[in-house]
Design a binder for this molecule. Structure first.
Ligand SMILES: [Zn+2]
Length: 109
């Protein structure tokens, strides 16, 4: 029953997989009601997590997983910001790699 080491885990809001927290991207709903990527992981507001896989971002941003997870509506502008972050930081080559589903973990270190 001993826990050798405690690795904080969070659940991806889109696929429901548990992952080490640092492998996930935190999305936060600010007190002002906008939804944005929390790169520091410390922004105030209600947070949820997404792993770095294209289908998860698609589902989260375009199919409503994030809105359900955050209990809010995401504006079109915020949606664009999220996807811009995604294309720049999470999966920069997604447009060139259409059809390729190789895992591409977020840059952690
Ligand atoms: Zn996921």
């Amino acid at each position: 029953m001993a826990k050798p080491r405690h690795v904080p885990e969070r659940t991806c809001v889109a696929c429901g997989q548990k992952q080490p927290k640092r492998g996930l991207i935190r999305i936060v709903r600010t007190p002002q009601g906008s939804v944005l990527v929390d790169a520091s992981g410390k922004s105030p507001g209600r947070g949820t997590y997404l792993c770095g896989l294209p289908p998860c971002w698609e589902r989260a941003v375009h199919k409503g997983s994030l809105e359900r997870g955050l209990h809010t509506q995401i504006s079109a502008a915020d949606r664009e910001q999220l996807m811009a972050f995604y294309h720049q930081n999470v999966h920069p080559n997604v447009e060139h790699a259409a059809g390729s589903t190789q895992p591409d973990p977020a840059p952690g270190r």
